[in-house]
Design a protein around this ligand. Structure first.
Ligand code: SF4
Length: 364
């Protein structure tokens, strides 16, 4: 370990990664990494992250598309356009509309879908979600959900319906900040949310994606808490495929909610740190990030990216003529075809299908 006033130019001087994958970084190590802008240090960090990514994932990048089923929400999160106090046009897709939307996405060749809702237990109950999953199975081979937290028995029903993965972000692990920005509704229950990954794993769901909303809370502290949480999950649920996402807080209608903004350089360092600590964990990158950053982050740890995204309910087909507020503005609006083209140009292998249900296999 070096003192703060020296200028370490290799990651080993800060992170001590010379012999093996570290079990955990200290808060001080994370802070020193995030604050260090020495060119040689950054190059070394990127080199290590790139090497581990190549070792464990080769040149593969999985693609998925998000599909919003509903924007009803009973919670009041100050940073989100869907919050219950915002006067936006609320809607949820009917089964017929789900078919239309999913057909549009499926036509692009995408086989992994992420179905999202606002967090309304009343508007989008378990029965609504299982129906959406049943419909999604007709078009996609990988189905993930990003919806309100549930009990184990409810996750078990989703698992039996065909859900492969659940995304659940803690947003921030800082309890004071959490309370300050989650004013009302079910989401204001920190304890229920923080134990959600555990309940998902107990239910037998195979993939869990965890994350923090960068910009909301103290970055280094949140990062450490997330790392500890993921490590704990890995130890206790080794059969689960874990992945990590780092959505960055975006402006809503010009209003900036980022109390602790994270610039691009810091963002890339966070991706690299994550890869070095978790060589086998998937790292997702959404279209919240612009095309330039996404293209340059490839190979530094990212293993899964969204493509052809729309963040409005019915945004692919159903509501084309009805102006709607998206949850956040997309920064990378390239189509699936364009993203595949870029990936191939950069010598990556775009993966559209990870696996197929066995009953769909054709024996020749
Ligand atoms: S972040 Fe989720 S729970 Fe909070 S207001 Fe937005 S949709 Fe609702």
């Amino acid at each position: 370990m070096v003192s703060g006033n020296q200028n370490p130019n290799t990651t080993n001087q800060i992170l001590d990664t010379s012999n093996q994958i570290p079990n955990m970084f200290s808060l001080n190590q994370i802070k020193q990494t995030l604050e260090n802008n020495d060119r040689a240090f950054l190059e070394d960090l990127a080199r290590q992250a790139a090497s581990l990514t190549k070792q464990y994932f080769g040149r593969t990048i999985s693609l998925y598309t998000p599909l919003y089923l509903s924007n009803y929400c009973s919670s009041h999160c100050t940073y989100c356009g869907f919050n219950s106090h915002n006067r936006i046009h609320r809607m949820k897709l009917t089964p017929d509309e789900m078919h239309h939307e999913m057909q549009c996405v499926a036509k692009t060749g995408i086989k992994n879908i992420l179905l999202l809702t606002g967090e309304s237990y009343k508007a989008t109950p378990l029965s609504y979600l299982t129906e959406a999953v049943e419909i999604a199975k007709k078009y996609f081979t990988g189905i993930s959900l990003e919806v309100h937290p549930m009990e184990v028995r409810e996750y078990q029903q989703l698992y039996l319906a065909g859900v492969d993965g659940i995304t659940i972000y803690q947003e921030t692990y800082d309890r004071n900040k959490y309370k300050e920005v989650h004013l009302s509704g079910e989401k204001s229950d920190y304890n229920f949310r923080v134990k959600t990954p555990e309940r998902i794993a107990e239910a037998g769901i195979r993939q869990i994606s965890m994350g923090i909303l960068l910009g909301l809370g103290p970055v280094a502290e949140d990062l450490l808490a997330l790392f500890q949480h993921v490590r704990w999950m890995e130890k206790n649920y080794p059969g689960v495929e874990h992945s990590i996402s780092f959505p960055r807080l975006r402006k809503i209608k010009g209003k900036d909610f980022a109390a602790c903004p994270v610039d691009d350089k810091t963002f890339i360092k966070i991706l690299c740190l994550t890869r070095i600590l978790f060589p086998r964990v998937g790292i997702n990158l959404s279209t919240r990030e612009n095309a330039y950053l996404r293209d340059h982050a490839l190979g530094l740890g990212v293993t899964r990216i969204s493509a052809g995204s729309n963040t409005s309910v019915g945004g692919y087909d159903t509501q084309k003529l009805v102006p709607q507020d998206p949850q956040f503005d997309i920064e990378d609006s390239r189509s699936v075809k364009e993203i595949i083209h870029v990936l191939k140009q950069k010598n990556f292998d775009p993966v559209l299908t990870d696996w197929r249900p066995i009953e769909n296999s054709v024996v020749l």
